[in-house]
Design a protein around this ligand. Structure first.
Ligand SMILES: Cc1ncc(C[n+]2csc(CCOP(=O)(O)OP(=O)(O)O)c2C)c(N)n1
Ligand code: SF4
Ligand SMILES: [Mg+2]
Length: 307
């Protein structure tokens, strides 16, 4: 059992580490977690003046009450409520600043940290309201394409064909386009990133940090536990998602969507699929040519439209 004294001792050790070493030290996350890689890289850019508002999900395990691996603040909310929680935190900071109880230089970025389940599903209503109110916040969605924390059941972001505990023959639906949903609200900024493309990620976070208003970052989050692959392949799977064109790196700003990387030539999607157990049924006991071709056609159609 971890005693309060042990917590104190761990915290005392962590206080002396640079912020880049904080994540992953003593957390309960899976090895090779792509979501964690993304959060770490985002935090490296944002720094300790960050107040996270976390919707229930895998990243909630970063916190062992009353501690987190971050230097800044952390508020935990129900799955549907993180943007509403962010509104409360932002309002409280504004009151403190406007009444002279907090110096402007002590202000912090309010950052929603939520998975694809809450971001595409039950948190969407609170998100839409927050964007309508022009809330000054960054929303970081790490997309592991399922309800990871409870066993990778299908979410609205689960891609067509992927096996999950709730769709054992492969997901029937299509992945919801969260980027397009956000862009339709015309917020300050929307971007997709991958932890396997750290320079592109850092540039986008730096850009978002300098802006005001609602800003969305959707991070590709390879999940060895839920996607059934060896954790050593996380970075490679992140690369392949971009090289196959399956995870377009792009940003939306001022009414325009721009791709920050156009993979050319594109790697066939089966190179990405065959590394993951959730797609094994497409290759064994016999190749499902039609299903693989259907997934490839979806990517080809996207890029034909994107130009
Ligand atoms: C209303 C509600 N339903 C179900 C749950 C149980 N639950 C906790 S985390 C989670 C999965 C969330 O999925 P996602 O947002 O994608 O985050 P991930 O777990 O993948 O990190 C679920 C279903 C909950 N906390 N609240
Ligand atoms: S289940 Fe997946 S997203 Fe959740 S901590 Fe493990 S690897 Fe990360
Ligand atoms: Mg998820």
């Amino acid at each position: 059992m971890t005693t309060p004294a042990a917590h104190e001792a761990r915290f005392a050790r962590m206080k002396d580490l640079p912020s880049t070493h904080l994540l992953g030290s003593g957390t309960a996350m899976c090895g090779g977690c792509g979501g964690l890689m993304a959060v770490k890289q985002v935090y490296d850019v944002l720094g300790p003046k960050t107040a996270f508002v976390n919707a229930a999900g895998c990243m909630t395990l970063l916190s062992t009450y009353p501690f987190t691996p971050f230097r800044g603040s952390w508020l935990y909310t129900a799955m549907a409520s993180a943007p509403a929680g962010a509104q409360g935190v932002r309002d409280a900071l504004d009151v403190l600043r406007e009444t002279g109880r907090m110096m402007p230089e002590d202000d912090v970025q309010v950052v929603v940290l939520a998975g694809d389940g809450s971001s595409n599903g039950m948190g969407l209503s609170a998100t839409s309201g927050a964007i309508d109110r022009n809330l000054d916040f960054i929303y970081l969605c790490y997309d592991n394409e399922g309800y990871g924390n409870t066993g990778q059941q299908s979410s609205a972001a689960t891609p067509h064909g992927a096996v999950t505990p709730t769709e054992i023959r492969g997901a029937a639906g299509r992945k919801k386009d969260l980027f397009a949903i956000w862009a339709a609200h015309d917020p300050a900024y929307v971007a997709t990133v991958s932890p396997s493309e750290p320079l592109d990620l850092a540039r986008k976070i730096e850009k978002a940090r300098g802006m005001k208003g609602p800003r969305m970052i959707i991070a590709f989050a390879p999940c060895p536990t839920g996607w059934f692959y060896d954790p050593e392949h996380s970075v490679e799977i992140g690369h392949l998602a971009v090289k196959t064109g399956l995870w377009p790196l792009k940003e939306y700003e001022g009414g325009r969507t721009t791709h920050t990387l156009k993979p050319h030539p594109r790697v066939p999607v089966e190179e990405y699929l065959k590394l993951q157990g959730r797609y094994r049924h497409l290759f064994e006991p016999a190749r499902d040519e039609a299903a693989i071709a259907e997934i490839q056609a979806g990517i080809d159609a996207y890029w034909a439209k994107a130009g």
